[in-house]
Design a protein around this ligand. Structure first.
Ligand SMILES: *Cc1c(COP(=O)(O)O)cnc(C)c1O
Length: 226
């Protein structure tokens, strides 16, 4: 077995264990974050059974997608989105996790080809409220969710967040809980959602315990980024 394959099996086993600590018994999908990794590394993970891959930078992603066109990969865009990138993102991805304003959502909607299924999207929520972090505030969330729900070429699936990094597990847990509370509040208001995209290499166990349904894992799977 290759090391990517070994690490993939370890991560999947850890996900199963963490799920036992979550009472909601929902499924948890692994999104392999392949930014700064080669097409060859993606191919290796794919051969080991991984089908969902996340990329942050459009041009890098398009280059790798063309090298991997023979594989049935589900591509997720998880990076910051500038408006001049929306057309290519709408054409080349299945999912977008990082929607943080209506203008971006509208442009993705308008550019989504009719030949493809609606673009599956999450709204990125700013939990730590740091100036530097992208995402909507909890106050802005419901308005944006309502507006996105009306866009026919997008399908709102849930929320994504990148909490402030911390070595303090309890601090991470509190931030994940906050995202889940936002998610539950939307469910209560009648939105049909099934996706909570939280948790990365260093904290995905905690994220799953707090209700993650997608964990976005890069370095724990591929090794450190160059
Ligand atoms: C890079 C990145 C990840 C993965 O980070 P790791 O710590 O390598 O697992 C997850 N989500 C987003 C949005 C990222 O940019």
């Amino acid at each position: 077995m290759t090391s990517i394959s070994n690490r993939l099996q370890d991560i999947l086993a850890t996900i199963q264990l963490a799920k036992l600590a979550n009472h909601r018994a929902q499924s948890v999908n692994l999104l392999a974050v392949s930014k700064a990794q080669s097409a060859l590394a993606i191919r290796e993970a794919y051969a080991a059974g991984q089908k969902l891959f996340g990329e942050n930078y459009l041009q890098e992603a398009l280059d790798k997608q063309s090298q991997l066109a023979d594989l049935a990969i589900e591509w997720h865009f998880i990076g910051p989105i500038q408006s001049n990138k929306t057309q290519l993102i709408a054409q080349h991805f299945n999912w977008v996790h990082s929607i943080n304003r209506l203008k971006i959502a509208q442009r993705l909607n308008d550019a989504r080809p009719e030949t493809l299924a609606p673009l599956q999207v999450c709204i990125q929520v700013n939990i730590s409220n740091e100036e530097s972090k992208s995402g909507v505030t909890q106050q802005e969330l419901e308005t944006l969710a309502s507006a996105i729900s009306k866009l026919p070429r997008l399908k709102l699936r849930g929320l994504m967040a990148i909490p402030e990094p911390s070595n303090d597990n309890n601090k991470q847990r509190i931030q994940f809980k906050q995202v889940r509370e936002c998610y539950d509040a939307l469910l209560e208001k009648g939105f049909t959602l099934d996706t909570l995209s939280i948790g990365m290499s260093d904290d995905y166990r905690i994220a799953i315990e707090e209700g993650a349904t997608i964990v976005r894992i890069g370095s724990a799977l591929f090794g450190a980024r160059k």
